[in-house]
Design a protein around this ligand. Structure first.
Ligand code: SF4
Length: 332
């Protein structure tokens, strides 16, 4: 049994025995990454959070609201990186927010970035929270680090209905300005667009325009998918947020990747409009894990929509042979 610590949010400390998970492209179009979740569970509590369907400590959080903090994780990562011959960028974090409130107490995010940067390894951070000054300062030291700011809507009141924590809309745009002015490659993720709730095209176009003015260089978009195990709960949440139940059930009809996705008839005009807006504003564009079934085959959509070197905007560097940087990655 672990002792529950109540502030800044209920959490337990677990002595970490892990480092990172290697993520290969596989059936997806993703660039390879070393995935790191310094925490399991996320107090931002987005209603659609895909991690809520995960097992282990994630399931514990779903049950009791207690975040797991992995003490000493940064040291394991430092050691793990030293033992690799080919080092892909570290992604912080695929299934939890690196800047949720417990990070203010433990700063695992900053410690992990520091370990990575000390070994010339790129860090690719994704957050709906407020980037700390220390994190930005560390990322700025390593050329090629990526700062991703996820924003769903320009309407602050609506944002608050979709999640419990996270940064305000103003703080998110401020993240974009701070990252860019520090020289960090800056991405705005509209990930996901939520049908019937955040899919007003004027809002989304305006957000891309404002993100560009704030310094964003690349946009990533997805439409909300629903993991199979979360389907009924998400439909109930959508209905509570005012989305007609019949509309939602008819819209969600494309099954792949263990999830149900909005029909292609819905996604295509959305992606067409947003990619055109990104182009108008001088930003490169990509989708995240979006596919369409054609003649019984799953076809990745970045082949059609991505206007950058990779889905994350830049040619992704890897480190080979203990520290010798190669700029032409085999990932392309
Ligand atoms: S910020 Fe990310 S990890 Fe946290 S609840 Fe929202 S979707 Fe999940």
């Amino acid at each position: 049994m672990y002792q529950v610590i109540s502030a800044p949010a209920p959490h337990v400390i677990v002595r970490s025995r892990k480092d990172f998970t290697y993520w290969a492209a596989g059936a997806t179009e993703c660039v390879p990454r070393l995935l790191v979740n310094p925490y399991n569970g996320c107090t931002h509590r987005c209603f659609f959070c895909y991690a809520r369907a995960l097992p282990g400590y994630f399931a514990d959080f779903e049950e009791d609201g207690c975040v797991t903090v992995f003490e000493g994780l940064e040291k394991n990562i430092g050691e793990g990186l030293r033992g690799l011959e080919t080092v892909y960028p570290i992604q912080l974090s695929p299934a939890t927010d690196p800047f949720q409130s417990v990070n203010e107490k433990y700063a695992l995010t900053e410690k992990i970035i520091a370990e990575a940067v000390a070994q010339s390894v790129l860090v690719d951070v994704i957050s709906k929270g407020r980037y700390s000054d220390d994190a930005i300062r560390l990322m700025a030291r390593q050329k090629g680090c990526i700062g991703q700011v996820t924003m769903l809507t320009p309407r602050e009141e609506l944002r608050q209905q979709l999640m419990q924590g996270a940064a305000t809309t103003e703080e998110l745009f401020e993240n974009v300005r701070r990252l860019r002015s520090a020289g960090v490659f800056t991405i705005v993720r509209i990930d996901p667009v939520i049908p019937g709730i955040t899919d007003d095209l004027d809002d989304l176009r305006g957000m891309i325009k404002d993100a560009s003015a704030a310094g964003a260089q690349h946009v990533i978009v997805s439409a909300m998918r629903i993991p199979y195990r979360m389907k009924e709960r998400i439909f109930r949440d959508l209905s509570a947020l005012g989305v007609d139940g019949k509309y939602a059930r008819e819209l969600y009809a494309d099954w792949y990747d263990g999830s149900v996705h909005p029909k292609w008839d819905y996604r295509k005009p959305l992606f067409d409009e947003l990619s055109a807006e990104a182009k108008r504003r001088g930003l490169t564009f990509a989708l995240c894990r979006e596919f369409v079934k054609e003649e019984g085959r799953l076809v990745g959509l970045n082949g059609r929509y991505c206007t950058a070197e990779s889905c994350e905007g830049e040619k992704i560097n890897v480190v080979e042979s203990q520290g010798q940087r190669v700029s032409e990655s085999e990932i392309q």
